[in-house]
Every structure is written in structure tokens, then in C-alpha cells.
Design a protein around this ligand. Structure first.
Ligand SMILES: *Cc1c(COP(=O)(O)O)cnc(C)c1O
Length: 459
């Protein structure tokens, strides 16, 4: 996430009483900041999941970060497994990134005219991801998916969009629909304020279900502009595509003249130097028509992007009829942070992320097994998460079958032992290039107690 409240179905979870573990917290400075925030900001936060509603307790207000560690207002230091939901792939306050940002700042903050930094960032993206011939920079992942959908509709002259339940594409009105599990039902809005008319053009299907996709094309041939999917679902917990799923999506879409949009806002430049595409399409011989990016490409500053086939991208203004714009798009400070981050993401970094992810997955699995907690650790490259369920998880319904109470207890166990996990069971865990042996040690020593807390919560 992603910075939505958690899995879409959880967005209305009430604060509830403090969960086990949350009761013993002593964080007066964070509590005081939260009280101030609650007066002037809805729920005290600027993105819902930060409010800790699905785990209970007081959100920690962060003051600083360095490498794998972040420090809260009370001076507690944590090994960070959120990494700002992905952008801090090199670790917090990485010297090369800070230096690039400082140099850019000294030249002025924004011009509203083209600059070199945005060209260099676009070149880096195009050089890494083969299906991206041209790219347009925006300021968030939400803007990227919103614009990609408009472009797909403008290019094809069609209106319907296929999305998958449990896939998150930012808070775009039309995509705030996960609907139920019914096959090929038209979506009902997931949020108040999103009209039925907006989501009526969106067909929501179960993730990893190619038969449902083929059925949708059979029923709505010639009407579907695009299929949009997370290249690996990682906003309902991590649910990788089953073998051949993305390939099958490309075939089904292309057979009908529709486009495939792979949303790599989270996986892009994280799970490999060319994202999930590098682990999947590049080997299986399929390619998306459009892709969306965010998170890593901003290195912690607001940057998103969408790109793909040049003939499609050339339908965008000022060349073509699809309007899209942004006052701060391609901002020199943000693109400097993104470019320095991407340039730091070389093969040795990806090897380190993969290895660290493998170690943490093994440690978590051992601890939960020893405590007798039913669980499933799932991975998409170096992105991973734990589901507190005994069953397999290949789609959203199965993901929602897990125990959020067990996760809340586990989360607070880790937090008290100095490890900051995502404050929701439906989020991926993020490692960084700065997660060294010492960070892994801290995680290893925190896990057994947290696993026992989860076992107690399950009763
Ligand atoms: C984070 C995320 C988004 C939204 O990006 P924002 O920058 O939060 O608007 C979209 N899609 C995916 C897959 C994401 O993980």
C-alpha cells in the first residue's frame, strides 16, 4: 500500500479497544503528537493505514531514519520493514540520494518548464524495462494508474476496464472497487463518494482466475479497453501470480484488441532491476502495453510514472487527444532523488534484497512454526508477507480468511522488540540494501516472542 487503510475490505474497521500488546506501550511523545494531529486532521493521519486502526495502539511518529533504522518521537529505534512502503530501497538517508537532492535544491525547487533531471529519469526507466518505449512522469502512483486508464480508453475508444479483487491501484475513483467474489459481476463502489456510474464500467474478477477473464471477454467482446493488474499482487498481502497468469492476461486482452496494463508501482525496480516484468514477462515472452510506476522511482519524494508502447503514448497531449498534465510533474528535486535511487539499485543490491528476504522469511516461518501458529509466508521476488491462515492464498477471498487479531498481536510483539512492521496484515514487508546482519539479528530475536503473542491471540 500503500497508504490506503489496508485491504479494501478492511477500510471500515473501527479503532476498537487496544489490542494485546498495545496496552503496555509507553510512548508519551507520539501520543501527544497524535492528540494534536487528531484535532486538525481526520483520524490524525494523511493516509489511513498509518493510524494503526487494524492493529490498535498509538501510531509512532517518526523523527528520523538512517540505513535500516527509524527513530520515533520518544527516541525508540526500530528496524524498519516498511521502508515508506517501498521507496527506501537503499535505506534511509542514503548519502548518494541526499547529495543528489541537496545539489538539486541548491539550483532551485521548480520551474514549470522542462529540465534535464526528468529526461535522465525517463531514460533510466526506458533503459531498464523493455516494454516501456516512452514514459510520462507524474507525482504519485494513483495519478499513474488514473492516467494509464484514461489513455487506454482514449486509445481503444472503449470504456470497460477489467480489474482484480484485492489488487490496489491507488485511490482512483473507478478502481476503488473490489466487489465481492462473484465472477464477472460489475463492481460496486468500495468507498463512499464513488458513484455507481463510475464503477459501472469496471468488471472485477477474482485474481489468478484466467477462466473468469476469458469469460469476461466472451461476454463483452469489443467493449473492454484494458485489463489492469498488479504485476504481482502485494496489497492484499503478497499473492504472486500463478504460473502463466500474466501471460494469459496478455493473450486474452490482445486477442480482443484490448490493452494489458501491469501496475508495477510497488514491484517496479524493487523485485529486480526491471521489476516483476524482469522476473516474468521477460522470460515467458509476453509484454504489457502500458505499465505504471511509483514508490522506488521517487526514492522517497513524490514521483509516479506511466509508460509503454510509443504508438499508445503518442495519444497523449500535446501529441494526441488524451489530456494529461501536472504543475509539479518531473519536479527537479523529486527526479533527482529518484534517479540517484535507481542508479544505486544495481545487481549487488538486488542480490542482497533477495538474500535478506529469504533469511527473514525463514526466520519468521521457524518462529511461527515453533509457536504452533498456522501461517503461510508468500513471496514475489524479495517482497513477502505472512498470512495468519493455514490455507493457500491465491486470491482475495482466501487472503481475507486470515486472522487479523493474530497479526495485531504479532505486530505489537515485534514493535516492542524494536521491529517496525506494516500496521496491517494485508501489506507486504520491505527489506532494503541497508538491512545488515545486525538488523537481521534484531528481527531474529524479536520473532519468537511475537510468534508466542500471536499464538495466545488465537487462543
Ligand atoms: C502504492 C500503490 C499505488 C498507489 O500509489 P500512491 O503513490 O500511493 O498513489 C498504486 N498501485 C500499487 C500497486 C501500489 O502499490
Amino acid at each position: 500500500m500503500t497508504q490506503r487503510s489496508s485491504a479494501p475490505g478492511e477500510s471500515t474497521t473501527p479503532a476498537g479497544p487496544a489490542t494485546p500488546g498495545a496496552g503496555v506501550e509507553h510512548v508519551p511523545a507520539s501520543a501527544a503528537l497524535f492528540a494534536r494531529a487528531l484535532k486538525v486532521t481526520p483520524g490524525g493521519v494523511n493516509s489511513p493505514v498509518r493510524a494503526f486502526r487494524s492493529v490498535g495502539g498509538t501510531p509512532r511518529f517518526m523523527m528520523s531514519g538512517s540505513g535500516a533504522r527509524i527513530t520515533d518521537a520518544d527516541g525508540n529505534s526500530y528496524v524498519d520493514l516498511v521502508g515508506s512502503w517501498g521507496p527506501m530501497i537503499l535505506g534511509h538517508a542514503h548519502p548518494a540520494v541526499l547529495e543528489a537532492v541537496s545539489a538539486a535544491v541548491s539550483r532551485g525547487l521548480s520551474f514549470g518548464a522542462p529540465g534535464e533531471g526528468e529526461v535522465a529519469l525517463a531514460e533510466e526507466i526506458v533503459a531498464r524495462v523493455a516494454p516501456v518505449q516512452q514514459v510520462r512522469l507524474v507525482s504519485s502512483g494513483t495519478e499513474a494508474t488514473m492516467s494509464a486508464i484514461r489513455l487506454a480508453r482514449g486509445f481503444t475508444g472503449r470504456s470497460k476496464i477489467v480489474k482484480f479483487a484485492g489488487c490496489y491501484h491507488g485511490h482512483v475513483d473507478a478502481l476503488l472497487a473490489s466487489a465481492g467474489s462473484g465472477v464477472a459481476t460489475f463492481a460496486l463502489p468500495d468507498s463512499a463518494g464513488v458513484t455507481k456510474a463510475t464503477t459501472a464500467e469496471v468488471i472485477v474478477l477474482p485474481y489468478n482466475d484466467l477462466a473468469a477473464v476469458r469469460d469476461a471477454f466472451a461476454r463483452h467482446g469489443g467493449e473492454i479497453a484494458a485489463v489492469i493488474t498488479e504485476a504481482a499482487a502485494a496489497n492484499m498481502g503478497v499473492v504472486p501470480p500463478v504460473d502463466g497468469f500474466n501471460h494469459g492476461l496478455a493473450e486474452a486482452a490482445h486477442a480482443d484488441g484490448a490493452l494489458l496494463i501491469t501496475d508495477e508501482v510497488m514491484t517496479g525496480f524493487r523485485v529486480s532491476r526491471s521489476g516483476m516484468y524482469g522476473l516474468d514477462g521477460a522470460h515467458q515472452g509476453w509484454a504489457p502495453d502500458l505499465m505504471t510506476f511509483g514508490k522506488v522511482i521517487g526514492g522517497g519524494l513524490p514521483v509516479g510514472a506511466f509508460g509503454g508502447r510509443a504508438d499508445i503514448m503518442n495519444h497523449l497531449a500535446p501529441v494526441g487527444p488524451v489530456y494529461q498534465a501536472g504543475t509539479l510533474s518531473g519536479n527537479p528535486i523529486a527526479t533527482a532523488a529518484g534517479l540517484a535511487t535507481l542508479r544505486g539499485c544495481q545487481d549487488s543490491v538486488y542480490r542482497h534484497l533477495d538474500e535478506t528476504a529469504r533469511i527473514v522469511v525463514d526466520l519468521a516461518s521457524e518462529a511461527l512454526t515453533a509457536a504452533g501458529v498456522p501461517h503461510r509466508l508468500q513471496r514475489a521476488g524479495n517482497l513477502f508477507s505472512v498470512f495468519f491462515t493455514g490455507g493457500v492464498v491465491t486470491n482475495y477471498d482466501q487472503a481475507r480468511a486470515q486472522s487479523s487479531a493474530a497479526y495485531a498481536a504479532f505486530f505489537h510483539g515485534m514493535l516492542e522488540a524494536g521491529v517496525y512492521l506494516p500496521p496491517s496484515a494485508f501489506e507486504a514487508w520491505f527489506v532494503s540494501a541497508a538491512h545488515d546482519d545486525e538488523a537481521v539479528e534484531r528481527i531474529a530475536s524479536a520473532l519468537p516472542g511475537a510468534a508466542r503473542a500471536a499464538a495466545e491471540a488465537l487462543g
